[in-house]
Design a binder for this molecule. Structure first.
Ligand SMILES: [Fe+2]
Ligand SMILES: [Fe+2]
Length: 257
């Protein structure tokens, strides 16, 4: 077996002027997160960006993000998947440089024997998530052949509930369909975002990690109302031959080694 480090950056919510709300500067938070990667001695094998990358799907934000990601050191394989705040067509054209069209953005990348399958759970015009039949078939076809060191699945909408009721209401609507496709496969972790708070769970026995956001944090003590508070974090997922672990890494201007 081999060890892999996956770093997950989620819910960046870039805006054209870098400001999301008074005192909330998502671009600065992203730059701080990328700076952490630079300073850290652990170089990720895979860098995952799990959706809500631009707050209103503005093409200029994807151009900016693409330029920032080009500077990431260490040759990590970079995997991006859209969320409910993204615009599929702009995401595909300006971030991925992968032509036009608003079909689901489903992508598979490899790092040695590890496969990463990123699935588009966004539904244009909606905040909740659905994996449509085309996307589920894509995943099933990928998983039909096992990978030497297993598979990580990435999507924006968690297939788990949230204690924050408004977030639970806009989770992945067809988590059972995902569970059925994962059954008996080599998937060792499902990574999601969207909630702006970390959660760990399982779907049909497969571990699920919901990453915190870089843009801002959801206050989980407020369950009836979504309450945004300052705070920025990324996740590191260590995949080893003796077990896998997901860890929150707080990010701030003063953080990092
Ligand atoms: Fe978000
Ligand atoms: Fe979201």
């Amino acid at each position: 077996m081999a060890s892999y480090l996956v770093v997950q950056i989620s819910d960046v919510h870039l805006t054209v002027d870098g400001v999301l709300a008074p005192g909330v500067r998502p671009r600065d938070n992203l730059v701080d997160a990328l700076r952490y990667l630079e300073k850290s001695r652990s170089r990720p094998d895979i860098l995952v960006l799990s959706g809500d990358l631009a707050n209103t799907g503005d093409p200029a934000c994807y151009d900016d993000l693409r330029a920032l990601l080009a500077e990431v050191p260490g040759g990590a394989e970079i995997v991006c998947v859209p969320g409910n705040h993204d615009d599929r067509a702009a995401f595909r054209r300006h971030l991925l440089g992968d032509g036009d069209g608003d079909a689901p953005v489903n992508v598979t990348r490899w790092r040695a024997g590890l496969r990463v399958v990123a699935l588009d759970s966004s539904v244009p015009g909606e905040d909740f998530g659905v994996l449509d039949p085309e996307t589920l078939s894509y995943l099933a076809a990928e998983l039909a052949t096992p990978a030497q060191h297993g598979t990580v699945v990435v999507l924006h909408h968690p297939p788990l509930s949230s204690p924050i009721e408004p977030m639970a209401a806009i989770a992945l609507r067809n988590a059972a369909d995902l569970r059925d496709v994962l059954a008996g496969s080599d998937v060792r972790f499902v990574l999601a975002g969207h909630n702006h708070h970390p959660s760990a769970g399982a779907l049909g026995g497969v571990p699920v990690w919901v990453s915190p956001a870089t843009a801002y944090r959801a206050d989980v003590s407020s369950t009836a109302v979504f309450r945004a508070v300052p705070g920025s974090a990324i996740s590191r997922i260590d995949l080893t031959d003796h077990g896998d672990a997901a860890t929150v890494v707080p990010i701030g201007p003063a953080d990092g080694p």
